[in-house]
Design a protein around this ligand. Structure first.
Ligand code: SF4
Length: 334
């Protein structure tokens, strides 16, 4: 690693330590559906399955899966990063019901990253939602228009301007062609909208997209954006995405000033050597992980589900689905 990057990380780490406790967490995003109603962002795997998006109404995820994930988050010490997926795929009542139930199972208000939400729907969701996320993806306007032709920034800005009762966050993917000088645009955006949080991702090259033959950003470049953001915004909550391939970066991402990591497939890879490596790296940099991605605690899961007082049919579905999840997690550990 270049000396300059090392120094930058040290500086960011210093700023972090002055502003936050030494704890970190795994943030899990919960998908409400498998497709979105845009489906044209150049880097996204959904752009490769666009033809299926017209059938998006059949692409809803089962409610029981979402509830199982919310329960795992609660009991394993993970935070729900946000709920995401196609907002317009659901009827208003269905959407409200899901948000309400997921927040009930998790026991706290949640974040939503479901596109530009109508003002009246925000009002409706408010009792269960603490924050809204704008998937900005990349901040330089010309690059943004190219990468996300059907997801303009302006409507997100308008949503932010109209909403006073929610915390605000954005997402940004590194590796889409952004330049370091674009950091000033990011700074402006965060300041203008008084964001409380940002989630960074490292581009995951997806087959069938223009990025197919790229490797995603170099670790140093990814760290640069996180460290700069930490230095310029000492109190901002920064979440950094990893993947099953980039998991060895997690310690560095946290050292560069991220509060937490996300996008690790923690149920699929629970207890694997990769999950252990992440936990070890967190310890090695002197931080403490809240919760676990390696060890299943002794929990009477049926009792936990009974205590949710779901309707009987849904309750049984959640029990069945959870059994499948737990079996897979246990198999990894053996
Ligand atoms: S990046 Fe988001 S909005 Fe764009 S196609 Fe993918 S899921 Fe849809």
């Amino acid at each position: 690693m270049h000396k300059e990057t090392q120094q930058l990380i040290e500086q960011a780490n210093q700023v972090y330590q002055e502003n936050f406790p030494n704890t970190t967490w795994y943030g899990r995003c919960i998908f409400l559906s498998w497709y979105c109603d845009i489906g044209t962002c150049q880097f996204c795997f959904r752009s490769t399955i666009k033809h299926k998006i017209q059938h998006a109404k059949t692409a809803k995820r089962s409610l029981s899966s979402d509830l199982v994930e919310a329960l795992l988050c609660k009991k394993l010490g993970w935070r729900i990063e946000f709920l995401t997926g196609g907002y317009r795929i659901f009827s208003k009542e269905e959407m409200l019901n899901r948000i309400k139930l997921i927040s009930k199972v998790y026991g706290e208000k949640i974040w939503l990253n479901i596109g530009v939400i109508e003002a009246e729907d925000l009002e409706l969701f408010k009792p269960y939602v603490k924050g809204i996320v704008s998937s900005i993806e990349t901040i330089e306007p010309k690059l943004h228009d190219k990468i996300c032709p059907d997801k303009p920034i302006q409507p997100y800005e308008e949503m932010f301007e109209k909403t006073k009762d929610f915390q605000k966050s954005m997402t940004m993917v590194i590796g889409l062609g952004e330049k370091k000088e674009d950091f000033s645009l990011l700074k402006e955006f965060i300041t203008k909208h008084k964001l409380e949080r940002i989630t960074f991702y490292a581009l995951k090259p997806v087959k069938g997209t223009p990025f197919e033959n790229t490797n995603g950003p170099k670790t140093e470049d990814y760290l640069w954006w996180i460290a700069q953001t930490r230095i310029h915004f000492p109190k901002l909550e920064i979440i950094a995405g990893t993947t099953a391939r980039r998991y060895e970066e997690v310690g560095l991402l946290l050292k560069a000033g991220a509060n937490a990591f996300t996008k690790f497939p923690a149920t699929k890879m629970f207890g694997t050597k990769e999950a252990h490596k992440i936990e070890d790296d967190i310890k090695a940099i002197g931080k403490k992980l809240t919760g676990t991605i390696t060890t299943l605690p002794e929990i009477d899961w049926n009792k936990e589900i009974d205590n949710l007082h779901l309707d009987k049919e849904l309750e049984q579905e959640v029990k069945d689905k959870l059994t499948i999840y737990l079996k897979r997690m246990e198999n990894n550990i053996k």
